[in-house]
Design a protein around this ligand. Structure first.
Ligand SMILES: NC(=O)c1ccc[n+]([C@@H]2O[C@H](COP(=O)([O-])OP(=O)(O)OC[C@H]3O[C@@H](n4cnc5c(N)ncnc54)[C@H](O)[C@@H]3O)[C@@H](O)[C@H]2O)c1
Length: 329
């Protein structure tokens, strides 16, 4: 297939580009580079540097395409609370403009980056796809809105779509060539690594009085290459089954913040300086995926099931790329 990867210069999108190429698909990237990196796009892959709502550019990029994989979004929970309009504009209005352009171009396959943030506070853990969706922040609400739009469009025969709800994307490409390079990093593993390497102030652990064995929050860390492969599998399975499908993607295993902090210290051979602060608003104690549906439908089987192995890839990336993609060899 020929696939357009919107947001393919970003963290997860760039890994998906690699997985698509490895599976023999032809790939183009459309990214405005607002948070992405030209260096994350492999030589030979056309990069359309444009906004997903730029109809002319998107139409050119879509020529001859069979599918769109859509990663291009804003993704900070806190940012969405501070500036909800930006999230509704980018994650919903512009995504609909992208789908409009697809419709005009006759491209009818859509793979969507959704999130466990669409569920809100869990009523049961692990969480399967039928868990109620009641997001508690504008980020999760914006992602759920697009899921709902896709469900309606699929029911009307406009497209076939799959929503992949990632839990905590983590790690870096095991060959060291791709990794996480967010200008305002908010994810625990890179923050802990950078604190241990002395590149940022000590880490703050938000709350240790949760109802979990060590009192800190538990999350399901899924390696970015496992997510990338799942996109290829979901794309290839898109012709089968319902026109709209949703899948949770995680390992099914939870790790507490304290376990992650200890693991980063072990991998780097130096403890992570940290202090304990108050709870953060809207942090559920435990988020763990039940990913049986993805396993049963398209063979999703994460390779990285050990937290230490995930952290090791992230640590190598951050050690070798202190300036992210701006690091010169
Ligand atoms: N990182 C996670 O843990 C996580 C978890 C769940 C879901 N997701 C979802 O996965 C997707 C990718 O996340 P990521 O961590 O790779 O983020 P990222 O910021 O690294 O990648 C997003 C890319 O989209 C581009 N982009 C954003 N808005 C655009 C626009 N209007 N037009 C063109 N390009 C635009 C950015 O430049 C960037 O390259 C997002 O949709 C996010 O909501 C991420």
């Amino acid at each position: 297939m020929r696939a357009l990867v919107a947001g393919g210069a970003g963290y997860i999108g760039s890994h998906a580009v690699r997985a698509l190429l490895e599976a023999g698909h032809e790939v183009r990237v459309l990214d405005d580079l607002s948070a992405g990196h030209r260096a994350a796009v492999p030589a030979g892959v056309p990069l359309f540097e444009a906004d997903i709502a730029d109809r002319d550019a998107v139409s050119r990029a879509l020529e001859g395409c069979d599918a769109v994989l859509h990663f291009a979004a804003l993704l900070s929970v806190g940012g969405s609370v501070r500036d909800p309009l930006a999230y509704w504009r980018n994650n919903v209005a512009k995504a609909i403009a992208l789908i409009d352009a697809m419709d005009a171009a006759g491209v009818r396959r859509f793979v969507f980056s959704s999130t466990c943030a669409t569920f809100g506070v869990p009523v049961r853990v692990p969480m399967d796809e039928d868990h109620p969706q009641a997001p508690i922040n504008p980020y999760g609400a914006s992602k759920l809105a697009l899921e709902r739009a896709l469900r309606d469009l699929a029911a009307a025969g406009v497209l076939r779509a799959v929503a992949l709800r990632y839990f905590n994307a983590s790690g870096a490409h095991e060959d060291g060539s791709l990794g996480e390079d967010h200008a305002h990093e908010e994810h625990l593993i890179p923050l802990a690594i950078d604190a241990a390497l002395g590149r940022r102030p000590p880490l703050t652990v938000f709350g240790e009085d949760y109802d979990t064995p060590d009192g800190t929050c538990i999350r399901d860390y899924i390696h970015v290459q496992d997510l990338a492969v799942a996109h290829v599998q979901a794309l290839e399975a898109l012709e089968r089954g319902d026109a709209f499908q949703a899948y949770n993607l995680g390992t099914g295993r939870g790790h507490s913040v304290r376990e992650v902090v200890d693991c980063v210290g072990r991998v780097l051979g130096t403890p992570v300086p940290h202090s304990v602060g108050p709870r953060r608003a809207g942090d559920p104690p435990r988020l763990v995926a039940a990913a049986e549906r993805a396993r049963a439908t398209f063979g999703f089987a994460p390779r990285f099931t050990d937290l230490g192995a995930i952290v090791d890839t992230a640590a190598r990336w951050r050690r070798d790329h202190p300036q992210g993609y701006r690091t010169r060899p």
